[in-house]
Design a protein around this ligand. Structure first.
Ligand SMILES: [Fe+2]
Ligand SMILES: [Fe+2]
Length: 277
């Protein structure tokens, strides 16, 4: 019986990716499930905020929504490509997580009362990753690069609302939004950290089995997709528009992504920030 594709030299037999760390991830996924209904949506009403702010926020969240949609698609594709056993058991939990994330961001975008517009550059990146030719490229693009950025954005959002403090002049609807962000983002980040861990685990097993040409293609992908992804984070409209410090976020992201790229045994490193000209 064959699973996914037959690739010379790469072990994709059932349970090729099994191991205690993957079992642990499955346990954590079962333990940490949550539902949109666990959050209090009822008192969030942002209709009084100025329209340009609502539009900026809807646009920013629409990129994340599209990212989650792509993650859901990728989890389903990986279930077909990776061997039966522990990997598929984990991916089934990830599929559930990503479906919840899609629904979460759909609901958030709706709150702002404006249609979120997905940027062509985001569409292009997501399209490329979802059509990745090998499981390794799909794991690298989705579980390491895109999930890595999402994880950082979610943690950044928590810091942002914490820094807002309990300013008295906020009316109750804005406070409700703040509470929603403070309660949802750590849950989203925890989900994504499991997905990243799965990506790292799988790539550490698969990459050493690749021949030189296949490894080189993967290095080229990580450099290209990493650069496309960082372009989004560097774009002031997207990140700064919702109050994040784009330079600081980008700097930390490059460090995190480079660490993970190194952990899976690749040599490519994403370049530091370009000097503003
Ligand atoms: Fe997600
Ligand atoms: Fe994810």
């Amino acid at each position: 019986m064959t699973d996914g594709r037959a690739l010379p030299g790469v072990d994709l037999t059932p349970d090729a990716l099994a191991g205690p760390s993957l079992e642990r991830l499955c346990e954590l996924a079962a333990r940490d499930q949550w539902r949109l209904e666990d959050l209090d949506w009822s008192s969030v009403d942002v209709s009084a905020l100025p329209e340009p702010f609502r539009q900026t926020a809807a646009d920013a969240f629409a990129q994340l929504q599209w990212g989650e949609q792509t993650a859901l698609f990728a989890a389903m594709r990986l279930m077909e490509l990776l061997p039966e056993g522990a990997a598929r058991t984990f991916l089934a939990t990830q599929r559930t997580d990503e479906a919840r994330h899609v629904a979460f961001f759909e609901r958030v975008v709706r709150l702002f009362g404006c249609e979120g517009r997905v940027r062509p550059s985001v569409l292009r990146l997501m399209q490329e990753v979802r059509e990745a030719e090998t499981p390794e490229a799909l794991l690298l693009g989705m579980q390491v690069l895109i999930e890595g950025v999402a994880h950082s954005m979610f943690l950044e959002a928590v810091k942002l609302v914490e820094a807002m403090g309990d300013i008295e002049e906020f009316d109750s609807s804005i406070r409700a939004l703040k509470t929603l962000v403070a309660e949802s983002m750590p849950r989203l980040a925890r989900d994504e950290s499991r997905h990243i861990a799965f990506g790292l685990h799988s790539l550490r097993r698969l990459i050493p089995q690749l021949d030189g040409a296949a490894r080189l293609r993967l290095e080229e992908k990580v450099a290209l997709w990493g650069e496309w992804l960082l372009e989004q984070v560097r774009d002031p409209d997207l990140v700064v528009g919702i109050g994040m410090d784009g330079d600081a976020l980008c700097g930390r992201l490059i460090e995190d992504l480079n660490l993970r790229i190194g952990q899976v045994g690749l040599a490519t490193r994403l370049a530091p920030l370009r000097a503003e000209g």
